[in-house]
Design a protein around this ligand. Structure first.
Ligand code: AMP
Length: 425
């Protein structure tokens, strides 16, 4: 199937063509006609599936085709609201709006925390059609009466599962309550957990379901390896791997902000150009690090799960899990950063004795055992003492018989305790 068969107008097809895409991805094939037809949508899709174009393109078409009653709209008030979990994702989604909307008269802006509010107020006052926002800052604008949500025709919740993980459910509900009842709702989520089902049930009307990314899709296409090593030797092993394998453009995952900073410093000191990105970094520092990484000026980008979410880099050759995530599904998100679109990708996890439980959880989720090896000179000691895994404090209690998705950090809650005793995350 070609993009030209989806019923999109020439101006949009031209912008898509300029990106070099002629074949729609599976989610685009299913989502675009549904959204054009005005249906609500429940899509299970991860980053990397082309989901952003899957909702952006039909929204741009609806906004510019007279499919909605323009006369009834409140002057200058936004017509589309896209809620996302992170600033990075907000920037990337809005970038897509600009890219695909290059030849249609649609305006957009981002609204997220961590940067000055005044430029956002100015942009909203000038009037935009599409607002891409993180929930907290959007509510700041609501409170200050600097955004008018009474003309929203289409609501998109992007990476809804992650927004729930980050504790945004109340904010989301408050925002939804401010929107006109009559509207189209599109919900995108990497997983279809009970929480997401509940959210969908209260939000969507007769939705079309699209499920293109079973949770372990990436897990099947990426070459994954486990290197067993003692925790104390992980940093030296990682340096050794950089030195001996000629790695470039490696995304390295750490569990904590503190760990990410320390590792980036160590790599940098040893001559491997590296930077860390996480929630404590300023927006400018994050944007700079990401740009340097994309441009090849940085060899390694050391990230926490939340900060890495939504990073859009095509065909990343390597992902390294310096530490395994607490939540098995985060592993699938992490390795989904590599091996995209048929490219070769490699995901290497450095696993120490006390992470074996996490590894078991991951293997259970992806339904296969991962090959394990040791690197000469860094073999794990046979007598390594297991240490208790760090337990999240605060947040929801664990549901019986399962690990809580709530093990991810929650703004406003107590961060999980790192075993070094650091309060960083
Ligand atoms: P997303 O899942 O929206 O984060 O998109 C992942 C990547 O796929 C982005 O870099 C897009 O530019 C790219 N992409 C989107 N649609 C297509 C397509 N039809 N063919 C090839 N690449 C695409």
């Amino acid at each position: 199937m070609q993009f030209t068969e989806l019923g999109l107008k020439a101006e949009l097809l031209r912008a898509v063509g300029e990106q070099g895409y002629d074949t729609p991805t599976p989610i685009q094939r299913q989502a675009i006609p549904a959204v054009l037809g005005g249906r609500d949508l429940m899509a299970t899709a991860q980053t990397g599936t082309g989901k952003t174009a899957g909702f952006t393109l039909p929204i741009l078409q609806r906004l510019t085709s007279g499919a909605t009653d323009r006369l009834s709209r409140v002057a200058k008030a936004p017509r589309v609201l896209v809620l996302v979990p992170t600033r990075e994702l907000a920037m990337q989604v809005e970038e897509s709006v600009r890219t695909y909307g290059k030849y249609v008269p649609v305006t957009s802006t981002t609204v997220f925390g961590g940067v000055g509010i005044n430029p956002q107020i100015a942009a909203l006052r000038r009037g935009v059609d599409i607002v891409v926002a993180t929930p907290g800052r959007l509510l700041d604008h609501v409170q200050q009466r600097t955004v008018n949500l009474s003309a929203i025709e289409i609501l998109v919740l992007d990476e809804a599962d992650r927004m729930l993980d980050m504790g945004f459910i109340r904010d989301i509900k408050r925002i939804i309550a401010l929107l006109p009842k009559e509207r189209q709702n599109l919900l995108f989520s990497a997983t279809f957990s009970p929480d997401i089902r509940e959210l969908a049930a209260g939000l969507l009307h007769d939705p079309q379901s699209v499920d293109v990314a079973p949770r372990n899709t990436a897990a099947e296409t990426v070459n994954q390896r486990i290197i067993e090593v003692d925790r104390e030797k992980k940093r030296d092993l990682l340096l050794h791997l950089f030195e001996t394998r000629g790695w470039h453009q490696v995304l390295v995952f750490c569990r904590t902000k503190y760990g990410a900073d320390a590792l980036a410093r160590k790599l940098d000191k040893a001559g491997v150009n590296a930077a860390a990105i996480h929630g404590d970094k300023t927006q400018g520092a994050r944007t700079r690090a990401l740009a340097d990484f994309k441009a090849g000026k940085l060899v390694a980008l050391v990230a926490t799960d939340i900060a890495a979410r939504g990073i859009d880099i095509d065909a990343l050759p390597y992902v390294v899990n310096f530490e395994l995530p607490n939540v098995a599904e985060d592993y699938v998100h992490r390795i989904g950063r590599t091996g995209r679109a048929g490219q070769e990708g490699e995901a290497i996890s450095l696993v120490c004795h006390d992470e074996r439980g996490n590894l078991k959880d991951i293997e259970k989720l992806i339904r296969r055992e991962l090959p394990k090896e040791a690197v000469s000179g860094f073999e794990p000691s046979l007598h390594a003492q297991p240490r208790p895994a760090p337990q999240p404090r605060g947040g929801k209690p664990a549901p019986a018989g399962g690990k809580p998705r709530g093990a991810a950090p929650r703004p406003g809650g107590h961060p999980p305790q790192h075993r070094s005793g650091s309060r960083h995350r």
